[in-house]
Design a protein around this ligand. Structure first.
Ligand SMILES: Nc1nc2c(ncn2[C@@H]2O[C@H](COP(=O)(O)OP(=O)(O)OP(=O)(O)O)[C@@H](O)[C@H]2O)c(=O)[nH]1
Length: 387
């Protein structure tokens, strides 16, 4: 069903691309992605669920009023009214819980309750009404099933299970109330076909929702990462630097930036060719990635043969040590570079800047400081770290 096969192979391995490639016709992802998708759905459908519940309560109330015109005055009519009020009270209770966002973990059970209560309530009301007037409309039950399929933010399995319970409840109530069999069969067939359409629509909707989830996340990763090395790119770096700067200001913690540049890379390219140059960039990228070990650290390919490592909550001596380890790690790879004036292998010059954002200043200054240090590292003979 997916049309992305042609370019997906170019961006694999990647969890979202892998899932798109293997497909999800049964509306299920691999475990970790499935959990992520469900969390996303809860957040994404929250407002829809609240809106549907408010609208649903108004419609339910309108039908309660309508009963007084449709059904002649009788004990049955008061029973119907009592059921409607009971359901409304339950919906109100669920609504109160839904309106408070911190009950998001209860969202699925609450939503299912908000389908089952009016669904079974309506089934009971219809059955009671049919004891006095067999032509009393039962089609409203289908409306409730449609809400389950399309407007309650439920997944297909949840919507289907809720609708099946409502249908079984309807049949049970009608049998108890004694509705004649041909009429009951007619009503059930109508409800079943209606549900079948809802089922197909809900399947297609959830399939598209899942596809959208995967594609958007994949796009975000592609937009934020460098294709050659897999490191973060400049756009992602700019965003993270601004974010970390503010966090470091709030928490009064230091921030360090290591700007790294491969020495004599033009000469390497000219001598060994562009493809060999790409291979060196990949190896260097892996070494740079190793320097960003903690969750808030970030390894970046800024462009060409320039890399950066952003380090959170690290003192200047520690940042210098990390830079020296990084420089030594690339040197230790002993990637032969015959045209380098500095050494026989590919080497790295690193400029280090370390600041305490709480002391004031702009995050651009951190970059400018590291850039100046890198310039000096190049000027002093390359293959070295300067702070
Ligand atoms: N193979 C390859 N080369 C690239 C890529 N991006 C940029 N380059 C090359 O990187 C080289 C950078 O050269 P310069 O900026 O002169 O730097 P340098 O030769 O390393 O000189 P110093 O930095 O002063 O030591 C250029 O030849 C670019 O064509 C890439 O993605 N792949």
């Amino acid at each position: 069903m997916t049309t992305h096969q042609a370019w997906l192979d170019d961006v694999r391995p990647n969890p979202y691309a892998d899932q798109l490639a293997i497909g999800f016709r049964r509306l299920r992802f691999v475990r970790t992605l499935e959990q992520e998708y469900r969390r996303y759905m809860l957040e994404d459908s929250f407002d829809l669920r609240r809106l549907t519940l408010c609208a649903g309560m108004l419609v339910w109330l309108a039908f309660a009023v309508l009963d007084f015109f449709l059904v002649p005055a009788s004990t049955e009519r008061w029973w119907m009214f009592a059921i409607r009020i009971g359901v409304l009270a339950l919906l109100l209770a669920c609504g109160l819980l839904l309106l408070i966002r911190r009950h998001i973990h209860l969202l699925v059970p609450l939503s299912v309750t908000c389908i089952l209560a009016p669904g079974l309530g309506a089934a009971a009301v219809v059955a009671v009404a049919h004891t006095v007037d067999p032509s009393y409309p039962y089609e409203g039950l289908l409306l409730i099933c449609m809400v389950a399929y399309f407007l309650a933010g439920l997944r297909l399995t949840e919507a289907l299970a809720s609708s099946v319970v409502v249908l079984i409840g309807y049949v049970a109530f009608e049998l108890l109330a004694g509705l004649v069999l041909p009429r009951l069969i007619n009503n059930v067939l109508f409800l079943l076909f209606g549900n079948l359409m809802g089922l197909v629509g809900c399947y297609l909707l959830e399939y598209k929702s899942r596809e959208h989830f995967l594609v958007v996340r994949l796009m975000r990763i592609l937009a934020d990462h460098d294709a050659l090395t897999g490191l973060h790119n400049r756009r992602s770096f700019d965003r993270q630097l601004e974010r970390l700067w503010r966090q470091a200001q709030r928490e009064s913690l230091p921030l360090a930036l290591l700007l790294c540049d491969i020495d004599h890379f033009k000469a390497y390219n000219d001598h060994y060719g562009h493809q060999a140059g790409d291979a060196v960039l990949r190896r260097a990228g892996a070494v740079v990635a190793d320097a960003a070990r903690r969750p808030l650290d970030m390894a970046v390919r800024l462009g060409g043969e320039e890399f950066a490592v952003l380090l959170y909550d690290i003192s200047q001596p520690q940042a210098l040590q990390r830079a020296e380890e990084l420089r030594a790690a690339l040197e230790a790879l002993k990637l032969r570079h015959e045209r380098s004036d500095t050494a026989e292998m590919v080497t790295l010059s690193i400029g280090v800047a370390s600041v305490q954002p709480a002391d004031g200043g702009e995050f651009a200054q951190l970059y400018a400081h590291a850039d100046r240090a890198l310039y000096e590292a190049k000027a002093f003979g390359r293959n070295q770290v300067v702070a």
